[in-house]
Unconditional design. Sequence first.
Length: 549
Amino acid sequence: MSDLATALHLQAAFCTDPGRVRRNNEDLALVDVNRGVFGVIDGIGGQAAGEIAAGIAGDVILQRLSRPLGTPAERVREAIAIANNEIFRRADESPELHGMACVVTLALVSDGGLTIGHVGDSRLYLLNGAGMQKLTHDHSPVGEREDRREMTELDAMRHPRRNEVFRDVGSAFRDKDDEEFVEIVEAPFTVDSAILLCTDGLTDLVPAALIERVIRQHAGRPQHVADALVAAANDAGGKDNITVVYAEGPGFASAWPALPRSAMVPPRVDRGGNAAAEQRAGKSTDEVRAAPHTRLAARLGRSIWRSRTVWFAAGALTGIAAALALMWRLGAGRVDGGRTLVVGGSGSGAFSRVFDAAAAAQPGDIIRVEPGIYRERIDLPDGVDLIARVPGTVTVGRPAEAVPDAAAVTAIGDASARIAGIRIESTPERPLDVGLRIGGQGRTVELVELSGPMHAGIELLPTGGLTLQGTRFEVAGPAVTVAEGARAIVSGCVFLKRGPAPDPAISAMAATEVVLKRNVFAGYGPEPVKGLSGDALRQVRAANSVFER
């Protein structure tokens, strides 16, 4: 079969992940490059029912589209309708599956261009020389208001009814020609075009302007695009299953050159002719970075601590984490021409241990770590970055041999450098004394997770300087200790109390300067910072969210 997808030599990739909250994954990706079939399916029904509905839909759709009968629009419409009725039949026969359904966004690249069949609130974006445009409409109360410009994207993302849909696949018997069932969209697809299909696990957490930045950064590398978008949604809390399907023509990367790494303002997003789209995208990014603590306090009562503290803390800084994650991923840091030393990769020059890469590194170099568990002690040279290629997938722990006064990572020096995206884990079997030991003036730590028993999550040495952003602590012991004469700026972090000991979240010695803003402290009592009282304590409470129990 010779179709446009084959003729165009489309490159495609997908990534699907359960997220950070849910144990099972009810999403399904469809990718058949030879037939030009791409789709995302999001199961509804809870437990295993949503997964079953998605699986039925995927099988039926692929079977129908394998038969080239009818126009592309007829094929897509029939595939979704047959899937709907098969899901409905199975649920009717099995009481334990009652209520199962799914939402579907399906794309067929054929000789006529791009044909989309859509039911629900997953999405398809078309990217070409005109920018990035959402071609599907959300079949939900909130989505309709957003599409009509009655609600900003950021307000829609935060709306409590965001996940409600009034169209689905499987909850009732449907005829393929029902007007209020399958939305059909047709558009040209050229060699310099790309499509992104995604479930709401991405778009509920990552704004469109930042999605576009990721694609610009990784254009020409479809798997990098898919992986980076899923990781960004997980960085932002991962409150739902996340699935991304991405396909691009051979001329797309050259037509969409990556933005300069120094460009910090989100690019223009063409979203259906809104003349203020560029300004609104910029405003949304600013709002995401701000994530006012007052909204958190108003939304969540003290009872949350007793029932869902972990998930509240993971999602409380959704906006902040999303902005920080994308800034990190798009290279918002320094660019000075240094080398990139890869750890854990398959290339001929890759290092097997972080320790060895650090020994070979020079000021200005970047140590990029592939996903994995690294039980070793890392002494990071001055002026060298340590980053995880995918934040949250690199775990650093104590090696088997006993190490007195063990710190997972030690970084001392005044040259500007950063540590980003890694997890530091201490266990009763292999306890760490300190997660990160920082000395000197130029270190930035962002999107790091620290957990387990430690005397200190991060230890800032005398006269040291640290910028700490978007980091999550769940440690037994003080999360951060700041020695005399040191200075720390701490923003957008989550501090979860672990263990019965009365340790503060932050312990600051005399003659220190600690700036705290937009952080969440949960379970530390009325004084999360040691030694503060009166006006100083009131300032902490005014600039951060403090949940005592």
